[in-house]
Design a protein around this ligand. Structure first.
Ligand SMILES: Nc1ncnc2c1ncn2[C@@H]1O[C@H](COP(=O)(O)OP(=O)(O)OP(=O)(O)O)[C@@H](O)[C@H]1O
Length: 867
């Protein structure tokens, strides 16, 4: 690091090095004067991320050190960029006023901003929670805790690895902490999916963490939060409190409670399902997740609540009905929706604002926003109170009017207060007589300066005379050299510039003192009153947090009603029976994306435990099998979230687990084969079934050879049908028409197909689900639709003719592999010797494992050889 001329470290760099050593792994922003500086590797990183200049500064006799900095007032711009790039950023400030200190200023880290811990509006996304997760790895079970420091929401849970994965997928934390000792286990579990940090092992100890939680909440045990028996969860949660302190987050009274994530209350969605059904995130870039359709909320609280509801659908009838009743009420009374929405628009992010108040980071403008929000909530409270619906009445009761603080803010805070208190004009006139007097003086004093300026211009004839101010010698008169001779004798010269001279006068000094004193006192008093206002508002944290929650709930329910009205959804009948009956069901996302003029074709689905537990759906490619599977799960989940559903009728016997094996996974990049991934996911489904499960399987077995695939798919369906304890309702989409034979032996399996119509050479997709199996897969027609060159399509049709003929001839299925392939190749070879190359290519093909599309590509290759 930097050294003085004698080769020793300069005192500044000594201080820097000491602070840097205390925060290993963090990028240190070191305040020097009006700048935040970074050094060495930090500077290289910062210059890249922030696109700021990297310079070098002498570092002792031989070497140099990199340096990059930015003005302190740009912190809000640059900090989010550093954090979003995955950095932990330690902000080191000057802890003393440099003017009042001789020698080196005391400095210290005032905040360590990490991806999971931030209050910064630029780092946070208002429509999303920003969770920090902490995991305590046990032997079979693990503890996990989530905190959103910006809202104060704090939760914990316990479970096995797959529950952990599911929760991580649901809450998608920005950062995960765990002990150093668990580095390897953690790496195995989430690879490089998350930004992680490891704390010392001793932190993750039961006694220590239990004590920490108790002390923080000021309770004698944790029973009141319902987490007393979650030993592993407590360790994870307590470690979060430790981490908050380590990162200089000491004001945390807004974290006023911790709750248990009650696994038994929510539908089990495995991590594949959350991804496959695209509930919250699209699976591919440009995709549209369900939330984009359902989230028509107005407030950030509503939007965040909606996200939680989506990943945690309910499985108890009463709370589902409660939500549905409210949605129904608004559905029937759209006028009320508009009235409430008009108020919601003024509320903003009340939940995050109150956190800022508690941690002392709220500025005057934000305090005004809190006032506006509290004011807008009052008419909502009144409106809800008078409604028939009992839930709305209850929500009304839960809203705290916060009159005291609302009145105080209204009385004291200027409507148009600036962002920073020291800019003045924050506290209203009439709050404090002294403040009014100082303000008057300061303002008048300034007026008087203008008068002096005008008077002196007249007296001296110096037309360009200016009065200005600087920190070194206060107010001064500035005279250009051209007018120097006109300056009166009593003026005292203070400074000579290239073009002008600066003077002070006795009178100016007297006024200066008055003005500055008045200004200083005015600001001091404004600061005092503002601080009081913030502190008193902070006393209302619990009430305001509760209001924010009520508003979030209301907003999410209103959103369901609005979407139901716009998209023509119906109220589902949720019941404790085992029946799932959907009439005219639609896919909520696809139906919104169809080109104009094209209608989504609705379909019926019926599943129960007695006559129709499993449906085998066959049908050509592109017929709409996947859409049907997905829409069935989405309708069930939407119903259990408390939303209306895209159908004309839906009876939903409550589902407790939804499993999906749909489409290929992204695990390919992790070096696992498609087939391996498919089998792992399927195994996990079969090992976790329940009587109320809904299982969706799409094209199981496609990743292996035809016979392997058929056999595996066959035995999976058999297993689901014959399970001795559970009759999981299942939709099984497949290309293997052979599976249609299953109905012969298994009474609760039924065949359906998504129909198409062949008109001449073309296929028309009817998209209607009909009883019975389908005959062939129309892959070649799809290839034609995809723009495959015509000769290839025709040739493919010809070849398929051959293959089908050969297939019919083959007596033994095992012989299918050799008989048709050889026959076919021979005949081609005999027609023309130039087919030799093509024959070689054909020899490499394993007919049993090749998919229709792969076959077409091969054909394309063969054709090129022949051209
Ligand atoms: N009921 C429907 N009404 C209108 N369009 C539909 C319907 N179902 C599906 N589609 C459209 O057809 C496309 C193909 O549907 P889907 O992916 O479900 O077919 P698939 O049978 O699963 O095909 P593959 O076997 O090739 O995967 C969808 O992207 C959608 O645009």
């Amino acid at each position: 690091m930097s050294k003085a001329k004698d080769g020793k470290e300069t005192p500044l760099m000594k201080q820097y090095n000491a602070i840097k050593a205390k925060h290993p792994g963090a990028l240190l922003l070191f305040r020097v004067g009006d700048f935040y500086e970074t050094f060495g590797e930090d500077a290289v990183k910062a210059s890249k991320v922030l696109d700021i200049v990297l310079t070098k500064r002498a570092n002792g006799s031989a070497s140099h050190i990199e340096l990059a900095g930015f003005p302190h007032h740009s912190l809000d711009n640059y900090l989010p960029k550093l954090v979003r790039a995955g950095n932990r950023v330690a902000i080191c400030d000057q802890l003393e006023d440099p003017k009042s200190v001789k020698g080196i200023v005391k400095r210290g880290v005032t905040e360590l901003v990490t991806p999971g811990l931030s209050y910064n509006d630029q780092v946070l996304d208002t429509r999303k929670n920003n969770y920090l997760a902490s995991i305590h790895f046990g032997k079979e079970k693990h503890g996990i805790s989530f905190l959103d420091v910006s809202t104060g929401e704090f939760m914990c849970a316990e479970g096995n690895s797959s529950y952990l994965e599911k929760l991580l997928q649901s809450f998608s934390p920005s950062e995960i902490i765990f002990s150093k000792a668990s580095k390897k286990v953690a790496a195995d579990l989430f690879k490089t999916d998350y930004i992680t940090f490891h704390c010392e092992d001793w932190v993750f100890q039961y006694d220590y963490t239990y004590e920490r939680l108790k002390t923080h909440f000021g309770t004698s045990n944790l029973k009141g939060f319902g987490i007393e028996d979650l030993e592993l969860g407590i360790v994870a949660a307590g470690a979060i409190l430790y981490y908050l302190e380590e990162t200089e987050h000491k004001e945390i009274q807004h974290i006023s409670a911790i709750s248990r994530i009650a696994e038994e209350k929510y539908v089990w969605l495995d991590k594949f399902t959350i991804r496959n059904l695209e509930l919250v995130f699209p699976q591919h870039e440009g995709g549209v997740p369900l939330i984009q359709i359902l989230d028509q909320t107005v407030t950030p609280m509503g939007s965040r609540m909606m996200k939680k509801w989506m990943v945690l659908p309910l499985k108890e009838k009463a709370p589902i009905e409660e939500r549905l009743n409210v949605v129904d009420f608004f559905y029937q009374n759209p006028g009320t929706i508009d009235e409430i929405v008009d108020q919601l628009k003024h509320i903003g992010d009340l939940e995050r604002l109150i956190s800022k108040v508690v941690v002392g980071r709220a500025n005057p403008r934000e305090m005004n926003q809190i006032k506006r929000a509290l004011k807008a909530i009052l008419p909502i409270k009144d409106l809800l109170k008078n409604q028939e619906n009992p839930t709305l009445k209850r929500l009304s009761d839960q809203i705290h009017p916060c009159e005291f603080i609302l009145e105080k803010i209204e009385r004291e805070l200027q409507e148009d207060a600036p962002m920073l208190v020291h800019q003045g004009g924050v506290i209203k006139d009439g709050v404090d007589a002294d403040l009014d007097e100082y303000r008057n003086l300061a303002n008048k004093g300034k007026d008087y300066l203008v008068q002096i300026q005008q008077r002196e211009i007249q007296n001296t004839g110096i037309t360009s005379l200016k009065i200005a101010y600087n920190k070194v010698f206060g107010y001064y008169l500035e005279v250009t050299h051209a007018h120097k001779d006109k300056v009166p004798e009593e003026w005292i010269r203070k400074q000579t510039l290239v073009n002008a001279e600066r003077y002070i006068t006795q009178e100016l000094k007297e006024y200066e003192e008055k003005i500055l004193n008045a200004e200083e006192r005015m600001i001091a008093l404004e600061q005092k009153y503002f601080l009081e206002l913030v502190t008193e508002t902070a006393q209302f944290v619990t009430q305001i947090q509760q209001n924010a929650r009520v508003i979030g709930t209301l907003d999410a329910l209103l959103s369901f009603a609005k979407v139901a009205l716009t998209n023509n959804y119906c109220r589902p009948k949720v019941s404790d029976t085992e029946t799932l009956e959907i009439k005219d069901g639609r896919h909520p996302v696809i139906e919104k994306q169809l080109p104009p003029g094209e209608d989504y074709i609705p379909n019926d689905i019926y599943l129960d435990h007695d006559s129709q537990q499993i449906i085998i759906i066959t049908g050509p490619n592109m017929a709409g099998k996947s859409a049907l599977l997905r829409q069935t799960a989405l309708i069930v989940l939407m119903a259990q979230m408390g939303s209306f559903v895209p159908a004309s009728f839906a009876r939903v016997g409550i589902i407790d687990k939804v499993f999906t094996r749909v489409g290929a996974s992204d695990n390919l990049s992790r070096g696992e084969s498609t087939f391996m991934v498919e089998m792992t996911e399927t195994a996990s489904i079969l090992n976790n079934l329940s009587d109320r499960s809904l299982v969706l399987m799409d094209e199981i077995g496609r990743g292996t050879s035809t016979y392997d695939g058929i056999s595996i798919a066959w035995s999976i369906v058999e297993y689901l049908h014959n399970h001795e304890n559970f009759k999981a309702k299942t939709l099984f989409a497949t290309h293997y028409h052979e599976l249609n034979q299953l109905t012969e032996d298994f009474p609760r399996i039924k065949n359906f197909n998504v129909s198409v119509k062949e008109v001449g050479n073309k296929v028309i997709f009817m998209r209607k689900l009909k009883e019975g199996g389908s005959e062939h897969s129309f892959g070649i027609h799809v290839a034609q639709m995809a723009g495959m060159p015509n000769p290839v399509v025709l040739r493919a049709a010809e070849i398929m003719g051959h293959l089908e003929k050969d297939k019919a001839v083959a007596q033994d299925r095992e012989n299918l592999k050799s008989v048709p392939k050889n026959n076919y190749q021979m005949s081609l070879f005999e027609i023309d010797p130039k087919f030799k190359d093509a024959k070689e290519l054909l020899d490499q093909i394993d007919i049993n494992s090749i998919s229709p599309i792969e076959a077409l590509l091969k054909l394309h290759e063969i054709k090129k050889k022949l051209d």
